[in-house]
Design a protein around this ligand. Structure first.
Ligand SMILES: [Fe+2]
Length: 403
């Protein structure tokens, strides 16, 4: 069994994020590879090479409007408050906040904050000029320009444009080092491979000394925030489902390792929704049959995204089964009771409980009592009887029934 690594999970999840933030799939990973290559050519120390790589993974996380969530989450932590106040350019700022939340050091955070500054002072968010722009941020700016170019036009054209933009957007010294990358066949082969999906075989830097206190759970939490930010209807759905699944796991006395797995699966179970077009997710009226067919693919996408992460195979299986039913009428596989283990049943029950009790645009909030009654009727058909029983037992103790 392989263990999930910090950089492995970040890279895999960033691929899912590329789609949600309107980039080409793999853009963040490719930008990281180019940036790391460039940093090495510029004789950057090893830690800085890793820093630009990780900064590339997170640079666009802020394309999704996380301000509200970050505000709640980071309230009171001095530095982050400054970023939140300066919301003139949410992309870089939010990316920087998330990097900070994951425990990256200030040099990495600054690389993200400076990636959209221009050499001539016309960039954002600060309008910094030339040497005042952090060096790693300048490298990142060139790297993302190269990948965006390679994704939309030819190699020749990309490097002609890059050459033209020195002194305007880019540090001329970095451009000079970047120009020979045009003929770096090994680099282009790697980038080309990434165009056809995520590949696990390329070695990635370890987070080394630039991350303190960060762990894989923090990444799962950060990405669950991104997933929740995708839809204004469902609000904090992933966070609440995680909460309920944890209750059930405690009720069933899961051991710590199993608890960790179910928690991560709950945080990320809807990550496949990053592939569902936003206008479908946000549609206030009933979905058409075709639209619903698209939505119904999201557990499959959650499974395939998570399956890419070494060590997350079990998490992927549980997440992929969250819309299955005991009677086989669920999706995406339509498998039945004999193929659904307790962990899968726990997550499915937690998901249904939240779907019933959360406020939706087409109906108000249902009381817990009503939701539990509905779930009782579904026990044995849709939902697992023990899981439904667990909800009843938990709520009889929690005295929430009047809510
Ligand atoms: Fe779902």
């Amino acid at each position: 069994v392989q263990t999930a690594t910090f950089s492995g999970i970040l890279a895999s999840l960033s691929v899912a994020l590329d789609l949600a933030s309107g980039n080409f799939e793999g853009h963040a990973v490719r930008t990281g590879i180019i940036a790391a290559r460039l940093a090495a050519k510029l004789d950057c120390p090893r830690d800085d090479i890793a820093r630009v790589y990780f900064a590339a993974m997170l640079k666009d996380i802020g394309c999704i409007d996380l301000r509200h969530r970050l505000n709640t989450l980071l309230k009171g932590s001095g530095v982050a408050d400054d970023y939140i106040r300066a919301v003139s350019h949410p992309t870089a700022l939010n990316g920087a906040c998330v990097a900070e939340m994951l425990g990256f050091d200030d040099r990495t955070v600054q690389a993200i904050l400076n990636q959209q500054e221009h050499w001539d002072g016309s960039g954002s968010p600060f309008g910094k000029r030339s040497e005042n722009i952090q060096f790693l941020g300048r490298i990142l700016a060139v790297a993302q320009f190269i990948d965006a170019g390679l994704s939309t036009t030819t190699i020749d054209h990309t490097f002609i444009r890059l050459f033209d933009m020195q002194m305007v957007w880019f540090d001329p010294m970095i451009v000079q080092e970047a120009m020979p990358l045009k003929n770096d066949k090994e680099l282009h082969d790697i980038l080309q491979a990434y165009r056809y999906g995520w590949i696990k075989s390329i070695p990635m830097p370890s987070q080394g000394a630039m991350v303190t206190g960060a762990n894989i759970d923090a990444i799962c939490e950060a990405f669950s925030m991104v997933i929740d930010a995708q839809s204004s209807f469902t609000g904090d759905h992933s966070a609440r489902v995680t909460h309920y699944a944890t209750w059930l796991a405690q009720y069933f006395n899961f051991d710590p390792a199993r608890m960790k797995t179910i928690r991560r699966a709950a945080l990320l179970h809807d990550i496949g929704k990053l592939r569902v077009p936003k206008d479908i997710l946000e549609k206030p009226t009933k979905l058409s049959r075709d639209e619903f067919d698209i939505v119904k693919k999201h557990p499959r996408d959650s499974e395939s995204i998570l399956m890419q992460i070494p060590g997350f195979e079990r998490i992927a299986q549980i997440a992929g089964a969250h819309h299955e039913r005991l009677d086989g009428k669920g999706y995406y596989r339509g498998i039945g009771a004999e193929d659904l283990d307790l962990d899968m049943r726990v997550l499915a029950a937690a998901d249904v409980f939240d779907a019933l009790t959360a406020t939706r645009p087409y109906r108000g909030r249902m009381t817990v009592t009503k939701a539990l009654d509905i779930m009782r009727e579904e026990a044995g058909k849709h939902l697992d009887e023990d899981c439904v029983g667990a909800f009843h037992s938990i709520f009889s103790k929690k005295e929430y029934l009047a809510a």
